[in-house]
Unconditional design. Structure first.
Length: 219
């Protein structure tokens, strides 16, 4: 089966990002952004593979300087995880604003709120093109770092609202919920172009996990 075409969105408007003199010389209008660099990187990953693509090539394809790339990303692997980075901020905000009747109900509601930001027109590229990436330790390490940050946020939320649950139970709940979210994302991505919205997949995976841990954390 042929891999699905990349699903990143084209750049539609300037973002107001600062661009250096070298960018102006190259003729790139002052609209350089994280998304433009993403688009250039994904094109090159498809053409050359992740391992054979360099930061310099990505910057050249985007029409910006190498320094501009590092204004947005710490390294090449970070290009993959823009959506995951954004979801951490969204999750943090959703948890802060939640007023649930139960701890796990708050987590479920917050994650579903984040899930509504993804749909047929916004599918993280790494989910549909992972077979083309290959096993790259650098990429795996950057993903684990981000997933750990999500788990830590969930863990802190549980400990704060269910202090009698115990550290081990809170951490287990956080990682179980995160595992369910990953499973939902994989199922959604594998469903192909007719996948629809992400939220129903997420709800189906989260509900049994949240119900089970509700009985453990809040007996």
């Amino acid at each position: 089966m042929n891999p699905e075409l990349p699903t990143y969105a084209p750049i539609r408007a300037a973002t107001g990002a600062k661009v250096g003199k070298s960018d102006a010389v190259r003729g790139r209008p002052q609209a350089s952004s994280r998304e433009m660099l993403q688009e250039a990187a994904f094109e090159l990953f498809l053409e050359n593979s992740y391992a054979k693509t360099t930061v310099e090539q990505i910057a050249n394809r985007a029409g910006v300087s190498r320094n501009t790339f590092f204004n947005y990303f710490a390294g090449k692997s970070d290009v993959f995880w823009v959506d995951l980075d954004v979801s951490l901020d969204l999750l943090n905000a959703a948890l802060d604003s939640s007023e649930p009747s139960s701890v796990m109900g708050g987590i479920r509601s917050a994650l579903l709120e984040v899930g509504r930001h993804f749909g047929p027109s916004r599918v993280p590229w790494a989910l549909t093109q992972y077979a083309l990436i290959g096993s790259v330790h650098e990429l795996q390490a950057s993903a684990i770092t981000r997933l750990t940050a999500h788990a830590r946020l969930l863990d802190e939320y549980i400990v704060d609202r269910a202090p009698l649950a115990g550290e081990a139970s809170a951490r287990a709940a956080a990682y179980a919920v995160l595992g369910a979210t990953i499973a939902a994302a994989q199922s959604w991505a594998n469903a192909g172009t007719g996948r629809g919205e992400f939220e129903p997949y997420l709800d189906a995976a989260l509900s049994p996990v949240c119900e089970a841990f509700s009985r453990i954390l809040e007996p």
